[in-house]
Design a binder for this molecule. Structure first.
Ligand code: T1G
Length: 693
């Protein structure tokens, strides 16, 4: 294994290089080696400057997040390294490239100078992990770039380009091309310069009246500490201390604030999410050297909302797309949507007009399915009619070129059956996109019984190329997300029958942190769509034989209350604003009466959260028991990226461990007792009971 830290010389310039792939994380071993190297250089008489570099694709991109679960940050502390850098008698130049983040940028701030490749990105993203910069970032950055710019970087966690960094004085020079050679020249130009004036810790920083106003406004806009705002609020306070405490005191305050944040559920959840998202892309037991199939062109069958969104997802990543549909009207509608979407993005400066034109130009619409035959991947995205899908897969099996991958975007139907219809089952799997497909990042990749390993690996790799977060699911009703959603929606409807209003239910779950409550969500997606899924699944025997099951959505559908698109659903709509609707409340109470359900007024927000989330969590445990999902983190990733579950709670499975599986079981047993559990809605899966013991 190559040395973690090496020292070389070029004339009177010492070159210290950190080499800790893949992102040069600041691990304990790196800090130990760096401390030794700098201590040695402190007394070197023949050195006029030091270059601090990193090998590989990036300068240090942060502390090793895995260390945060240890009782203490293992010595040497980053602040010790930073103090050593600042005490060097010759100028130390941080030589930045790649993504200079968190502890990496803090390392650079402790150097006397900072230079960067023009392509470098840099930032302090710690709040995205529920912590704050713990290596002097909240104390040095305001001294270098001023309070308000520092506050914005630290509280938002956003990165900035090297050019912007140069503008605000975060870096001293930008180089293109040979960073090493140009930095060497730069070092010689500053050799012998006074280091003391470059030590940020010695610079004063005063908060002006404007700074204080900006701070107050910024903090007032932050989420509460209970709703994911803890780290950002702590980071703002630590940054403010730079203006009131001596530097050494400020560092101490910052370190304690970092430790306090690190121990919060918010940070543990966000650190879980960081690794879970990355692990979800890994397929267990696949040979490392598995060859992937080449995907250079994509065909899509069905130019409806989903097909058009999927087409844009691929065009956004530069893939030529053939979008096929039998209906000329549908195709011209698709062309309109594609053009208006890209022109809209260009108008909002999200992309340039040239990019908009290029991307739209990558999508070819056609009625002729033979134009699909040259595509490397063909995705079926027609509406959820099994017979039509079966016929399509039979046809695709005949016209697709050998080696082409065939995928279905179905949200719940049995992809194994479609694979059999194709006559080439090894080439078939599911790709369940979430609407709007060109925006939502989650992609459930459905592994069929006969899907070839390299087909699954190819699509997982392709998903990342188009900016999706792929999660593998086995074949079952609803795969991972929609299967867990069933219990959540079932209980929301029962609560409506029992007397809770849509507004009360949605507020309870949105106060918990869900991006949108269940009633608003269905009104937006379409009551008719939701009702058809229930009817389809009842027909296929996938749902309980219970005549109160999802009666509300079916009744709303019968009455033409399709949600936002008809200005009435669970709510009445004034424009896009949902308003409680007495007609809907009457509909709920009439249904309750018909089904002998007694309405009550003592439903609490806590009961809403527990009754909606716990069946969802229990279904997640069953999904793991059945091997439908590889890992609980995969399930969390589905809910974070597909359903607006709050990241600061880590996902439904992580949340169950946070509140304690025994508490989940106890509550489920209480609801089973209260409802009689005749339909088994509150049955506790063995693995959840086991986790509770
Ligand atoms: N610690 C440990 N492992 C890390 C890591 C980190 N900071 N960053 C990445 N990895 C692993 C990752 O799990 C994956 O592993 C591999 O590296 C490639 O990552 C004291 C307290 C740098 C933009 O928040 O944003 O410094 O899956 O797949 O897409 O104040 O990684 O291969 O086994 O993401 O090219 C602050 C987090 C930390 C940056 C590269 N720093 N990392 O993206 O690769 S806190 C961050 C990233 C801190 C100080 C504070 C991205 C990246 P595996 P990847 P990528």
């Amino acid at each position: 294994m190559s040395e973690l830290v090496t020292c070389t010389k070029d004339g009177d310039v010492s070159i210290v290089t950190i080499n800790n792939p893949p992102i040069n994380a600041s691990s304990q071993a790196v800090r130990e080696k760096l401390k030794a190297a700098l201590a040695q250089l402190r007394n070197a008489a023949d050195i006029k400057a030091v270059m601090l570099c990193c090998a590989g694709r990036t300068f240090m991109a942060g502390a090793d997040i895995r260390e945060f679960d240890l009782p203490e940050i293992p010595a040497p502390d980053p602040n010790e390294i930073h103090a050593l850098l600042e005490s060097m008698q010759v100028p130390v130049v941080a030589v930045m490239h790649g993504t200079v983040l968190g502890g990496g940028l803090e390392l650079g701030l402790a150097c006397h100078y900072r230079v960067a490749l023009a392509s470098t990105e840099m930032g302090l993203p710690e709040v995205k992990l529920g912590i704050l910069p713990g290596g002097g970032g909240t104390q040095r950055l305001p001294r270098l770039v001023g309070f308000t710019k520092a506050l914005d970087m630290i509280v938002t966690g956003k990165s900035m380009s090297a050019a912007n960094a140069l503008d605000i004085g975060l870096v001293d020079a930008l180089f293109d091309g040979d960073l090493h050679a140009q930095t060497l020249e730069y070092c010689r130009s500053i050799a012998g310069s006074d280091c003391a004036s470059r030590v940020l810790g010695r610079l004063p920083v005063e908060l002006s009246a404007t700074d204080k106003l900006v701070l107050e406004e910024r903090v007032n806009k932050l989420p509460s500490t209970e709703k994911g705002g803890n780290a950002a609020r702590a980071a703002a306070k630590s940054t403010e201390k730079a203006g009131s405490l001596p530097f050494a005191e400020g560092l101490k305050y910052e370190r304690q604030a970092f430790i306090d944040c690190r121990n919060t559920n918010e940070s543990k959840a966000l650190r879980h999410v960081f690794f879970a998202e990355r692990e979800a892309a890994r397929i267990p037991n696949l040979p490392r050297d598995l060859g992937l199939r080449t995907i250079q062109s994509v065909g899509i069958v069905g130019a409806g909302t989903m097909g058009t969104g999927i087409a844009m997802s691929f065009a956004n990543a530069g893939f030529p797309v053939v979008l096929q549909d039998l209906s000329p009207q549908t195709l011209s509608r698709a062309d309109e949507i594609i053009d208006s979407t890209y022109q809209g993005s260009a108008a909002k400066n999200r992309i340039t007009p040239e990019q908009a034109q290029h991307r739209a130009g990558l999508i070819t619409t056609t009625e002729d399915d033979m134009q699909l035959s040259s595509c490397d991947l063909i995705i079926e995205a027609v509406f959820e009619n099994f017979d039509i899908k079966k016929a399509i897969f039979k046809r695709l099996g005949q016209i697709a070129k050998p080696g082409a991958i065939l995928a279905s975007n179905t949200s719940s139907l049995d992809v194994n059956v479609l694979a059999q219809c194709s006559g080439r089952a090894a080439d078939v799997l599911g790709m369940h996109f979430f609407s709007p497909a060109n925006i939502m990042r989650l992609l459930e990749v459905v592994r069929c019984d006969q899907t070839a390993p390299e087909v699954l690996a190819t699509i997982m790799h392709l998903a990342k190329r188009i900016g999706k977060v792929p999660v593998v699911s086995g074949v079952c009703f609803g795969f991972i997300g929609n299967r867990m959603l069933e219990g959540y929606l079932r209980e929301a409807e029962f609560l409506l029958l029992e007397g809770a209003t849509p507004g009360f239910i949605d507020k309870a779950l949105e106060d918990y942190g869900m991006a949108m409550g269940p009633c608003r969500m269905i009104d937006m997606a379409g009551v008719d769509v939701a009702s058809k899924v229930v009817l389809e699944q009842k027909k296929s025997g996938n749902l309980p034989d219970d005549d109160t099951y999802r009666v509300v959505v079916q009744k709303l559908h019968e009455q033409g209350r399709f949600g936002q698109k008809t200005s009435s659903g669970y709510y009445r709509y004034e424009g896009r604003t949902p308003v409680e609707d007495s007609e809907a409340l009457t509909l709920f109470s009439d249904l309750a009466q018909q089904h002998g359900i007694t309405q009550r007024t003592d439903i609490s927000a806590q009961e809403v959260v527990e009754r909606c989330l716990y069946p969802l969590i229990a279904e997640g445990y069953r999904i793991l028991e059945e091997g439908i999902a590889y890992r609980s983190g995969d399930i969390d990733t589905v809910w974070l990226h597909g359903y607006g579950f709050p990241a600061y709670r880590g996902g439904p499975m992580f949340y169950a461990t946070t509140i304690g599986e025994s508490n989940v079981v106890a509550s489920m047993q209480r609801y089973a007792k209260n409802t009689g559990n005749t339909s088994g809605y509150w049955s506790v899966p063995a693995s959840l009971s086991k986790g509770a013991n």
